[in-house]
Design a protein around this ligand. Structure first.
Ligand code: UTP
Length: 295
């Protein structure tokens, strides 16, 4: 029997420099896909996968994330008194229950690995999920739920991977492909940002992880790596010397909402499939494209 995954860590302390000036006062994880903040979509995915505790590693200007997952008495009372019960129901169903959230601060943005390490006391000695909210994965069942199937059968550490074009590989952590393990595969090695010749495959690490708590000690041993930041991949490479890692090539579409094209594409895709606004939005898009000279 593997230990159940109860907690998910959401690192939301990055500077979001690619979205300035929007991110001067608003965290990038609060930018919306149609009307849901990116971080809410990540929490939705975690809840669907059975996560019961949500740990946020925040930084400066991130109080608004805490407010987002809190009860807003005045707003909710006003909605109630005005009979806006559908909106009220939505706020209630999105909100984790009392005691299900924890927040800690990464005092300086020293990298993703360091942000994860800041959650060590809140996670404790148990395996946990790590979700990068700006990697939005549109999938049904959600990506983390798909990964849980591999975790439930094999235990260990599980990483979501996806295939990219060879010219993209140098921007990512890349995994080597070992023996099949059910619908997943054993990861035979990992390399951070390799040149195409050195890449062990064209499958990249994609923003969803299930990790054993020993990762925290491995992060603590890291010196700043690529970009002067403490990288999670370097710590995983060390952990893989002691423990198995499995790669799950999930079914779904990824939008990297940390960059502008990914973010805009996600808004178009999610907008088009919404029952309430999709058909009208499609017409509006057609018109905009026609006025811009067509495709
Ligand atoms: P990114 O590298 O995409 O975020 O980190 P960033 O640094 O905010 O973005 P740019 O490049 O300046 O635009 C991926 C995830 O890791 C978090 C980010 O908030 C994001 O969710 N992160 C990154 C931290 O929590 N702390 C860090 O030091 C770095």
């Amino acid at each position: 029997m593997v230990k159940k995954i109860n907690k998910a860590v959401f690192p939301v302390a990055g500077l979001g420099t690619r979205f300035l000036p929007a991110t001067k006062a608003v965290p990038k994880e609060m930018l919306t896909i149609v009307d849901r903040p990116v971080v809410q979509l990540a929490v939705d995915e975690a809840r669907e996968a059975g996560i019961e505790h949500f740990v946020f590693v925040t930084g400066r200007n991130k109080a608004v994330i805490e407010d987002h997952f809190d009860k807003q008495y005045e707003l909710e009372e006003t909605l109630r008194s005005r009979g806006k019960l559908e909106e009220l129901r939505l706020l209630e169903s999105d909100r984790p229950s009392a005691g299900q959230t924890s927040f800690t601060r990464q005092q300086e943005p020293l990298g993703l690995g360091h942000a994860v390490w800041c959650a060590r006391e809140l996670v404790g000695n148990e395996p946990f999920a790590l979700m990068l909210p700006d990697v939005l994965i549109h999938a049904s069942p959600g990506c983390l739920k798909q990964m849980m199937q591999t975790y439930d059968s094999h235990g260990g550490n599980v990483i979501a991977v996806e295939q990219v074009a060879p010219e993209e590989i140098h921007r990512y952590g890349v995994v080597g492909i070992g023996k099949p393990a059910g619908d997943a595969f054993e990861i035979s090695g990992m390399v951070e940002k390799p040149s195409p010749e050195d890449a062990p495959s064209n499958k990249i690490i994609t923003g969803r992880y299930i990790l054993q708590p020993e990762i925290f000690d491995k992060i603590a041993n890291q010196n700043p790596g690529s970009g002067g930041e403490i990288q999670i991949t370097d710590a995983m490479i060390q952990l893989a010397e002691d423990q198995p890692f499995y790669g799950v090539e999930f079914e779904g579409t990824t939008y990297d909402c940390g960059n502008k094209i990914g973010f805009l594409s996600a808004n178009v895709a999610y907008g088009l499939e919404r029952e309430d606004i999709g058909p009208q939005f499609k017409q509006a898009l057609k018109q905009i494209i026609a006025e811009a000279g067509g495709l």
